[in-house]
Design a protein around this ligand. Sequence first.
Ligand code: CDP
Length: 222
Amino acid sequence: MTISPNIPVIAIDGPSASGKGSVAQRVAAALDFHYLDSGAIYRLLAYAAQLQEVAWSDAERLALIASHMHIKFAGNDVFLNQSLINDQIRSEHMGKGASEVAIHPQVRAALLHCQQQFKQSPGLVADGRDMGSVVFREAGLKIYLTAAVETRAQRRFQQLITRGDHADYAVILADLQQRDLRDQQRPTAPLTQLPDAMLVDTTEMNIQQAVDMIISTYKKTL
Ligand code: CDP
């Protein structure tokens, strides 16, 4: 596999619980492309920091940890420095941690190259907040995937209940609103709909409809 500027990238950005992960994974599978879950990288950093008792506010030490992280994705498995880490990073607590460590410009800079390494032949689908604006500015197709915050809270609630976790809709809604604000208002790489990004609003759409829309748009760009 080679890294080249001609490798196609589909960048899918959007707020928490908009369905980005599921949509991006299905688009990648349908096109036989690689998939980058950039949120998992921020979650891994929050997790690694907690293990080393480094505060999520300590930008300098976080950036140091970030620059030494060796990350590997294999299907649904995530490895950090050769150890399998899955459920540990998928909790609401680590989601909050990810959103806190992600505000530091030093952290984002330290993780830039690591994310860009995922651009490999035959192509990449990357999901996050700044895939189209920072990490893969050259992406041939940029998508802004969103849904009404109440719909996103309902989906997250359902997801937690389904996996047997405790969930409180009002708490989830408040947490998503807070995360949206943090993502949109941070000075570095804020979440925003780029002028050259296509809006996909999944409030009234299921995952497969969003996937089909993205794939047909991608095919038209070829
Ligand atoms: O599913 P959810 O959006 O809650 O989580 P995620 O996509 O795994 O991302 C976790 C957190 O990492 C987000 O709330 C963002 O604050 C941050 N993040 C970011 O700043 N930039 C990215 N490219 C990806 C995630």
